[in-house]
Design a protein around this ligand. Structure first.
Ligand code: ZN
Length: 102
């Protein structure tokens, strides 16, 4: 769910950052695994799909739904997220965001 326009590009340019886990910040349960993306403005998205390759986004959470990045090793970054702010999209785009490999 888009919160606001990118202050740098207008549309966030979300660059793939590697694999990621999105875990419930309250009960620590895994919600989904996939990858994460970051824009130069600092906006982050964690998604279960491969939108940077044209695939569906699947389950996703944007910056507003991220509670904390809590672990990062072996190219896998793990986030605590707010489960009520996890959304789903069968599209490869969401309004205000562009997903890119680099
Ligand atoms: Zn941005």
């Amino acid at each position: 769910m888009a919160i606001g326009a990118c202050p740098i590009y207008g549309t966030h340019r979300m660059i793939s950052q590697g694999f990621a886990n999105a875990d419930n910040y309250q009960n620590k349960a895994r919600i989904f695994s996939g990858g994460w993306y970051k824009c130069a403005c600092g906006e982050r998205v964690v998604a279960s799909g491969y939108p940077h390759f044209g695939g569906a986004i699947g389950s996703y959470v944007t910056e507003g739904g991220i509670y904390k990045l809590y672990a990062s090793y072996s190219n896998v970054t793990s986030f605590w997220v707010y489960p009520n702010l996890v959304y789903y999209s069968s599209s490869s785009t969401i309004p205000g965001y562009q997903f890119l490999s680099q």
